[in-house]
Design a protein around this ligand. Sequence first.
Ligand code: SF4
Ligand code: SF4
Length: 354
Amino acid sequence: MSTVWFTPATADTPEHCQKSMRTLLHAAGAATAFRRGDLVAIKVHVGETAKRPFLGRELAAVAAREAASAGAHPFFTDTCVLYKSRRDDAVNHVTLAHEHGYSIEEAGAPFIVADGLRGTDEELISVPACGPHPVAVAGMARRADFFVVLAHATGHLGTGFGGVMKSLGMGLSSRKGKLSMHSVSKPFIRKSTCIACGECAKWCPADAITVAAVASIDVAACTGCGECLAMCRVGAVGFDWKASSASLQERIADHALAVVSGRQDRFLHVSIALRVTKDCDCLDDPGPPLFPDIGILASQDPVAVDQATLDLIRDRTGRPLPAWSYPQIDPTHQLARGEAIGLGSRSYLLTTVA
Ligand code: SF4
Ligand code: SF4
């Protein structure tokens, strides 16, 4: 059974929230885990163009300060995304990170992209539990001395829940790794709904969409990134969620295991259940908070901390997360797969700290 530390918090009181974060990191053993001279990667999500996750930078800055005070060298990190975005190459991503305050001046550490200039700096990791093919993860994901993975808990249109496992598996894989995860999911066009506005084609990173009387998708070229689904404002893009989400979630768990494989004790996973939205921070507007803030959780076990987050959401709000966000998606496939391949345990002891 794994230990998950929890501190109640609300983003309404930022200073108290930062204090709670510090308390949580100490309770979870971060202060003694950071070693003098360590390169400490703090995995963050810098947000999209117009908005950034509320308090994300402030909580990341707390982790950076804790690492620096132990004599370690912290830096913020994330990987490039597959779709058209200001995070689709390292130059764009670093520029956006600085605009959103992930900088030495504002948050106490530099931002460094984990998978190189164009998302191809990677390591291929063989993990027997995940099958015969090696798994492609970001090069830096295997080279930092210690990782603090900060995940904003949200709903997600592909996996139902975006938490620590998704931040690890999708967020620290290379472009090749992301493609292999997404390749199982292919969208389709509802012809009677499509108004031929062309928005989906404009954003499709694979140029897989052509628009004439209605849009149509070249399934062979489609990488399954889901961008068209997010961009279509009339609901004309569909996914067979039941068929594709389970596979996507399982592949995310496999990539998460590849990232931590052989050095689980060099990771601390933090789940931020504040301002939980229907969609993840990749969207320009992820929507309003679904329910009142819950708090922050931490564990060395990524499966346990995600399970505990979902359990707290259900217990505190009276409804499971899918009932608030995407009812058609069961987000627990990732947890079941993570437990089956040895990434972590769904059984945990919740220890509350204040
Ligand atoms: S068709 Fe949609 S899911 Fe496929 S690559 Fe293009 S944007 Fe992504
Ligand atoms: S964004 Fe939606 S409505 Fe517009 S062309 Fe694409 S599928 Fe059709």
